[in-house]
Ligand binder design. Structure first.
Ligand SMILES: Cc1ncc(COP(=O)(O)O)c(C=O)c1O
Length: 460
């Protein structure tokens, strides 16, 4: 340890003045343009008018923009400065514990007030909605990280907020509920009796644990039914991934401070926003010719990228959204109630899907007991107790370090530690009690769920 420590610094910090002033839009550089989102009724690409009831025009513009860089408004930068730039660490103690020859770095997004990367887009979305006259936002949340981030952003910007929280997480994470309430938002378990979508699902499955797909249906229905309300999504959409790119831009500068550049960049993927946030600015370098292995980590219980189909599918269970070209497990797929609630989504961001198809990103899937073992090893060396979602990236990192050691190579690995796990102690309790089930999605259930997309248009 003494030798490594002498050779290396632990934290790489940027001044507030180094906060990125622009978001990076990967659409400008992608070798294959992503396919358009389609209107389910006409099969034609959706236009701004179709989206206007749900989103402010500025975000609709960002969704289709091909500008490589988009300026971050001053008001958003001011709020970002409460916690950004976030630190980048060299995981010296973890390296020592596993005896790897590789260097491991991580970007830590858990220093934001809600505890994850999610406010990077929540603040921007609340800002544009307020500027265009909306007074209320509705949204879904899985693990509760996104709901708390949007509640926080709405509180600071001055909007009302309604959160539909996936029922299993609502029960597993009562403290996230309280945090959301502390920031002034209203919260209900989903499926709820407050929307037609929720009532229909409860009618068929009274004990439904909920899913992100169901909660999205409820939040979209809420926003579509009220003039004062817009819908806010915490992942998947192009503008959400765009807002997260402050992470990777900072990390590029911090790796430079460390005198290093990653051979491997790793993140966990639910809808894909934290992964994109770190990876897209590095993919810009990869597209320009640098060699980087970019790895997306997902749960074996919800293996969207590793086993899903690339197809047009709805973003929600009740088929209220447009058709999105993405890797999907089928819009009525309800993932097993694993503890990484934020990774229980049937689809993934279209930008990430296209980059996977183009061979610029690869994916791997893990079982939850292995993921928690890696989380506990990380907590015992680096000190930070990770969110179960982020622990997938830690597990992927340990696999990458092992593979490098086996190949006799020294690699530089960078991963995104997207959030802390202080509100996930119930999950850790279950892990320590040996009560976590390892679920890999079964083939029959996958075929059944994929049946739901038969008859939808096929991507070109
Ligand atoms: C800490 C954390 N990491 C990752 C995710 C997954 O979302 P995304 O893939 O959009 O980053 C979530 C979602 O709730 C989360 O809370």
């Amino acid at each position: 340890m003494a030798k490594t420590r002498a050779a290396g610094q632990t934290k790489f910090l940027l001044d507030e003045a180094a906060l990125p002033q622009r978001w990076y839009n990967i659409r400008a550089d992608m070798p294959t343009a992503p396919q358009p989102v389609l209107h389910p009724g006409t099969g034609e690409p959706v236009g701004p008018d179709d989206l206007a009831p749900l989103f402010p025009m500025e975000l609709i513009g960002q969704e289709v923009s091909e500008e490589a860089e988009i300026a971050i408004p001053d008001e958003v930068l001011e709020i970002y400065s409460l916690w950004r730039p976030t630190p980048l660490f060299r995981a010296l103690r973890l390296e020592e514990a596993i005896g790897t020859r590789s260097r491991i770095f991580y970007k830590y997004e858990g220093v934001s007030p809600p505890g994850s990367h999610k406010p990077n887009t929540a603040v921007a979305q609340a800002f544009y909605n307020k500027r265009e006259g909306r007074t209320r936002l509705s949204t879904e949340t899985g693990a509760g990280q996104w709901g708390s981030a949007l509640a926080f952003a709405c509180k600071l910007i001055g909007l009302e907020c309604k959160v539909y929280m996936v029922k299993i997480s609502y029960e597993q994470k009562p403290n996230r509920r309280s945090l959301i309430q502390a920031w002034g938002a209203e919260i209900v378990p989903s499926p709820s009796v407050e929307t037609q979508s929720g009532r229909a699902i409860l009618g068929e499955h009274p004990d439904s644990p909920g899913s992100l797909g169901i909660a999205i249906s409820e939040a979209v229905e809420d926003a579509a039914g009220r003039e004062d309300t817009a819908y806010s999504l915490g992942s998947v959409l192009n503008h959400v991934l765009l807002h997260q790119t402050v992470i990777g831009q900072e990390a590029l500068a911090q790796m430079e401070l460390a005198g290093a550049f990653p051979d491997v960049v790793i993140g966990c993927v639910g809808g894909g926003s934290n992964f994109a946030g770190l990876a897209f600015p590095f993919l810009r370098e990869k597209i320009a010719g640098r060699e980087i292995d970019v790895l997306a980590c997902e749960p074996a219980a919800c293996p969207t990228l590793t086993r899903g189909l690339f197809a047009y599918d709805f973003g929600d269970t009740s088929k209220l959204t447009p058709l999105v070209p993405m890797h999907t497990l089928g819009h009525d797929f309800v993932p097993a109630p694993i503890h990484a609630g934020g990774l229980r989504y049937h689809g993934v961001a279209p930008l990430i899907s296209q980059l996977v198809l183009d061979g610029l990103i690869r994916a791997d899937a893990y079982l939850q007991n292995d993921v928690f073992a890696s989380a506990v090893l990380f907590a015992g060396t680096e000190g930070i107790l990770p969110a179960p979602e982020a622990a997938h990236a830690i597990h992927g990192t340990l696999q990458a370090a092992k593979a490098a050691d086996e190949a006799g190579e020294e690699r530089t690995i960078l991963f995104n530690l997207s959030g802390h796990g202080h509100f996930d102690m119930g999950a850790y309790d279950n892990y320590f009690a040996g009560k976590l089930e390892d679920v890999a999605l079964d083939e029959d259930e996958m075929s059944r769920a994929l049946g739901a997309i038969e008859g939808l248009p096929s991507p070109a």
